[in-house]
Design a protein around this ligand. Structure first.
Ligand code: TMP
Ligand code: ASP
Length: 234
């Protein structure tokens, strides 16, 4: 399958049409942004690493009954995916307080939550991806009741599966972000799952092995991504 016209360029990925109207090529870039793209940089080989990690995780999720847009990994940076219409909601699940939740509620990072917290953020950088709830989503027709039920059910199931998966690799899944799309009348998981979209801490040392190293200028950014890939591929 070849890349035809580029139809989208986001902060971390590009999308191309293919000769199959139902399939796109998702290309993973090394570009990294934070704080609504006010901070910009590159993380060497991030695209290659995130492509491989996403392949591994989407494959595991599909096996466990979660529908995803993943078709196959084509090469280092390209992944063949089903064409979806993205629902403009970022779904965040949190197991441990960090980042946005610590800031919002004045909490310390590292508090283990009694149960997972699900948040919706409206996907609009200009508005800084504002926190919204089920009522906003339904009242503004962002998604239907039925779609939202599916999104919630899959998100918690993905949390259970990912926690187990990363735990077996010596990593704590602090929180992560998902995006869903519409495909042939169904809601399926889209986008990517990688250290760009998950907070992952080493189980023993609590060392951060994710994009927070870039966001917070902690150094050893590439090394952290490489380390996650190494553990996941073991
Ligand atoms: P937050 O604590 O900044 O809200 O982030 C929660 C999780 O979502 C974290 O694992 C990083 C991920 N995330 C994204 O994937 N994209 C984003 O634009 C932001 C802000 C967070
Ligand atoms: N990717 C997001 C941005 O640039 C933020 C983040 O991941 O922290 O704005």
């Amino acid at each position: 399958m070849e890349k035809l016209k580029q139809i989208y360029e986001g902060k971390a990925k590009k999308l191309y049409e293919t000769k199959d109207a139902d399939q796109l090529i998702q290309e993973f870039k090394d570009d990294a942004t934070a704080f609504d793209a006010t901070k910009r940089g590159t993380i060497l080989n991030k695209g290659v690493i995130n492509n491989k990690l996403s392949e591994k995780i989407f494959t595991m999720l599909e096996k466990e009954g979660v529908p995803t847009h993943f078709v196959k990994r084509m090469n280092d940076r390209d992944m063949l995916v089903k064409k979806v219409r993205i629902i403009p909601v970022e779904v965040t699940i949190r197991n441990i307080v960090a980042g946005g939740m610590a800031k919002l509620l004045g909490l310390e990072e590292g508090i283990i939550l009694k149960e997972p917290v699900l948040e919706y953020h409206y996907k609009e950088d200009k508005l800084h991806d504002p926190l919204i709830n089920d009522y906003h989503i339904k009242a503004l027709d962002i998604a239907t009741d039925k779609e939202l039920e599916a999104i919630k059910k899959y998100s918690f199931k993905i949390n259970d599966l990912l926690r187990k998966f990363f735990d077996s690799k010596g990593l704590m899944l602090v929180d992560f972000k998902l995006e869903f799309g519409r495909h042939k009348g169904k809601v399926i998981l889209a986008d990517e799952i990688s250290p760009d979209t998950c907070r992952l801490w080493d189980k023993k040392t609590k060392e951060k092995l994710d994009k927070d190293r870039f966001r917070r200028d902690l150094g050893n950014v590439e090394e952290a991504y490489q380390e996650v890939l190494r553990r996941v591929m073991e």
